[in-house]
Design a protein around this ligand. Structure first.
Ligand code: GDP
Length: 417
């Protein structure tokens, strides 16, 4: 329902991005393509149609069935071949959803490749072991006044290691904003230095992490005008291909773009394109803060709910970091069930429509115990993969309940801002 979406876009700045809601119309798509080509009946792949027209697969079933790109199987064997060229993996993570977007499985693969060869190390790491660079994208989304190199790097490396589940050795951490051009040149220079003349560089990231935007910025920075030339697909048999970007790193080193990974634990992976438009953060995040007591709850749209279950103090401060297009609701926890039944999908969007509430699945609770000694600085964040986070400021102790759709990752971490 476009009218409703438009109405909820208070600032109206995303309006131009909204397409008429066409839904999933393979038949119409087929007719359209046939007409355009002046041919008879043609078979149109619904996925291609959706990708072309909406930038993503719209139909929930198609989305669910669309296979994830198996980087481990497709690229893994090429990463640490003893005689092969050295690999450099660019692990991309979104600044506004670091833990949710961090490509854990690939990081584990890189870490494991190093571990496997550790016993053979006599004089340091063998020259052909794969290396990894952590690239934190969309830095411009974090609030500017609190941005400092220390703030940004603090916690990133340990969290990346935690995500990799093993001893991930990072050759460096880069904080970039392809949209603003921040850090792109430094990253390109470092990649060139690490890949040497013959290296293979693999850019890896979850869908929507900003990989295409970054690769285009890198290509522009390297002097290639417009889009980089897409050539061979060096990994045969993959449904969605790995693509070589010619000329970006010089004559011999190769840069490969890999298909965006589907992270089922990111809320965004379950949303329709209309819902995504509400949830995705597009410009610098602005926090919304509440003072809240025991027995009260905060909802972020119809997507998550934070309950204050027990407090050793009168109240705590909860700051919501999420897209401004998603409405918040604060009220008594005892009214939450009624709110979910009557308002989820309607006043509290996304999900858009009450049917979608059922589709998103079971609503489950995770408990967090938080302690702190300041009202002004947040002690902990409770982050919801693909959505944002709650910053908790308190002097004392709190027991909090976080409700979200089953399977969506919810974690607590040291406060980011
Ligand atoms: P991919 O799926 O990883 O290739 O992601 P895209 O490059 O298509 O970007 C996904 C979304 O993030 C798009 O809406 C981009 O406009 C946006 N985006 C990408 N890079 C940046 C950035 O540096 N800053 C901001 N604010 N948005 C970005």
């Amino acid at each position: 329902d476009d009218t409703r979406i438009s109405a909820s876009l208070k600032s109206g700045h995303l309006r131009e991005d909204l397409e008429p809601s066409g839904g999933y119309k393979p038949a119409a798509a087929a007719a359209e393509t046939a007409e355009a080509k002046g041919e008879g009946k043609v078979l149109v792949c619904a996925r291609c149609h959706s990708l072309r027209h909406y930038g993503r697969v719209k139909h929930p079933d198609a989305e669910r069935l669309l296979p994830d790109f198996d980087f481990v199987a497709a690229v893994g064997p090429r990463l640490a071949s003893p005689s092969g060229a050295r690999s450099l993996v660019l692990l991309l993570a979104d600044a506004s959803d670091f833990d949710g977007s961090f490509p854990r499985a690939v990081a584990r693969l890189v870490a494991a490749a190093g571990e496997a060869h550790r016993a053979d190390w006599k004089h340091g790491a063998p020259a052909n072991l794969p290396r990894a660079l952590l690239v934190v994208t969309k830095l411009d989304l974090l609030p500017t006044p609190s941005l400092s190199p220390t703030m940004c790097t603090r916690g990133r490396t340990p969290r990346a290691r935690a995500g990799a589940g093993s001893d991930l050795r990072l050759a460096g951490v880069h904080l970039v904003s392809a949209a603003r051009g921040w850090g792109v040149r430094d990253l390109l220079e470092h990649v060139r230095e690490l890949s040497g003349t013959r290296g293979n560089v693999w850019a890896v990231g979850a869908r929507n992490v900003g990989k295409s935007t970054l690769l285009n910025a890198i290509a522009r920075c390297s002097g290639i005008v417009g889009r980089p030339t897409l050539t061979e697909a060096p990994v045969p048999g993959t449904t969605l291909d790995v693509i070589k970007l010619d000329g970006v790193l010089g004559a011999q080193a190769k840069l490969f773009d890999t298909p965006g990974l589907l992270h089922g634990h990111q809320l965004t992976s379950r949303l329709t394109s209309e819902e995504m438009k509400l949830v995705q953060v597009r410009k610098e995040m602005s926090p919304r803060t509440y003072r809240i007591k025991t027995g009260q709850s905060i909802h972020i749209g119809g997507l998550v709910r934070l309950d204050v279950e027990e407090l050793t103090v009168g109240s705590i401060y909860v700051t919501v970091w999420a897209s401004p297009l998603v409405p918040l609701h604060m009220g008594k926890t005892e009214n939450s069930a009624a709110l979910m039944k009557e308002h989820f999908g309607l006043q509290l969007q996304p999900p858009i429509g009450q049917e979608r509430v059922k589709e998103l699945g079971k609503w489950v609770r995770k408990q967090f115990k938080v302690s702190g000694n300041s009202w002004d600085t947040n002690s902990k964040d409770i982050a919801i993969a693909g959505l944002g986070w709650f910053g908790i400021g308190l002097k004392g102790e709190a027991v909090l309940g976080l409700w979200a759709y089953d399977g969506v990752d919810v974690i607590s971490r040291s406060s980011l801002v």
